[in-house]
Ligand binder design. Structure first.
Ligand SMILES: [Fe+2]
Ligand SMILES: [Fe+2]
Length: 430
């Protein structure tokens, strides 16, 4: 059953792409044949003997199979041999396996405690693969980590190399509410948020950036009169905090679209794409001002300060299509879609007509921005089909099998099934 916010976003998104719901696929059945979705890895393990180990001497290493560090964690020295399984006539094997040979090239067979094997996502299949990386760790490990689709999704396990550039080893190395994340841009593990990317982030080295805030009110929009008198002091403070965070994300989206505009020009994009990107940039200026206005109404008199990250170097010309495709897919096709559903949900829950109108406007704009991301991706795909298709599969392939997990019950998974996977299926089939 599709929720009203998802249905609302789908109607705007698919209409902007000139698609009917039937042509794009029913969300209730699309996930069984479409590629799985993924965005990030979450490392929850401390693996003995890794590059960041406090001990100068690596501990003795087992020679075969999966070396458990307890608690369902560890690393993979070589392929595992799990218990044999049988498949009844007419039954699907699903993700069951005895060895890696039963899994596809992007998965590995991992044995549960009882011996039963399951194909799980794998960016590596054994420690020695990790030793050949240019950024190989001193003690290379193909570690068991957790994959997540973000936005509150449950996690599913997978294998990924630890690297010399890792900035965390497990969640305990991260401060605040950050967790240790695998990074599909840079590889390796880094502290970050395991949460929805809202709107189109400005990525620098694969990390979303926002400006620092300072006192001021030059970014607030006029003409909005948010009536928050019914809210308690605590509720107002909470709303102010959320609005400032949203405002900074919207402000960062201005820089993201500005850079996309320049990159599209560099690649010779048509005027329609340039014009829509410019219009989206203008939308983000309005969104930022609206969010700062809401923050002010809730008691936060702040504005964005300088944002030097907007000047980050661009990708080399030969890598520009791939770089832009990755940021457009992650920030636009995924991030803007999540932002649209998030705003539509808040509109549904908002008290008062002003707040409802505020969130509805943002929801519709973000849905159109998601549609623009798909149009941009199509254009990039026409230029370098193999590169762009590979990037889309890579971004999605990290949580293979998650459609069978409890994560399928989360809103994030519903968004992926209803609004992303049907379009991915259509995109890759084109
Ligand atoms: Fe926005
Ligand atoms: Fe946006």
């Amino acid at each position: 059953m599709t929720s009203p916010p998802i249905a609302q976003v789908r109607s705007v998104l698919f209409a902007a792409l000139g698609l009917g719901a039937c042509r794009a696929g029913s969300p209730e059945v699309a996930s069984s044949s479409a590629p799985p979705a993924a965005t990030t890895l979450v490392a929850t393990t401390l693996v003995v003997g890794s590059a960041q180990s406090a001990s100068p001497e690596p501990p003795p290493r087992a020679q075969v199979g999966f070396v458990s560090a307890g608690g369902g964690t560890g690393h993979r020295v070589s392929g595992e041999t799990c218990a044999p399984f049988t498949v009844e006539r007419g039954e699907s094997r699903g993700h069951r396996c005895a060895t890696d040979g039963d899994c596809d090239a992007r998965s590995a067979c991992h044995c549960a405690e009882g011996g039963a094997g399951t194909c799980i996502p794998a960016r590596c299949r054994n420690d020695s693969e990790c030793a050949t990386l240019p950024t190989a760790a001193t003690v290379p490990e193909c570690a068991l980590v957790q994959f997540t689709a973000g936005c509150g999704s449950d996690t599913t396990p997978g294998f990924a190399c630890r690297t010399a550039n890792d900035t965390c080893h497990n969640d305990a190395d991260c401060t605040n509410s950050d967790v240790c994340l695998g990074d599909t841009f840079r590889g390796g593990l880094h502290c970050g948020h395991n949460s929805c990317v809202k709107g189109r982030p400005l990525y620098v080295d694969g990390r979303p950036q926002t400006a620092a805030i300072r006192d001021g009110d030059r970014w607030t929009a006029e003409g909005w009169n948010f009536d928050l008198r019914d809210l308690s002091a605590d509720a107002r403070a909470s709303l102010a905090e959320t609005a400032v965070r949203d405002a900074l994300d919207e402000h960062a989206s201005i820089a993201a679209f500005a850079r996309t505009l320049v990159e599209l020009l560099a690649l010779g994009a048509p005027p329609t794409l340039i014009g829509e990107t410019q219009a989206a940039l203008a939308d983000e200026i309005r969104h930022a001002r609206l969010c700062f206005a809401l923050a002010r109404a809730a008691g936060a008199h702040v504005e964005p300060g300088p944002f030097p990250e907007a000047l980050a170097p661009f990708a080399a010309p030969e890598a520009l299509v791939g770089s832009l495709a990755r940021s457009v897919f992650r920030g636009g096709c995924l991030g803007e879609t999540h932002a649209a559903v998030d705003a539509a949900t808040r509109a549904q829950e908002a008290r008062g007509p002003e707040l409802r109108a505020f969130y509805r406007e943002i929801a519709d704009d973000e849905a159109r921005h998601a549609a623009l991301a798909w149009k941009t991706l199509r254009w990039l795909h026409a230029r370098e089909p193999a590169v762009v298709a590979c990037i889309v599969r890579e971004e999605l392939g990290l949580v293979a099998g998650s459609e069978d997990s409890p994560a399928s019950q989360t809103r994030a998974s519903s968004v992926l099934r209803a609004l992303v996977l049907p379009l991915v299926g259509e995109f890759l089939a084109a």
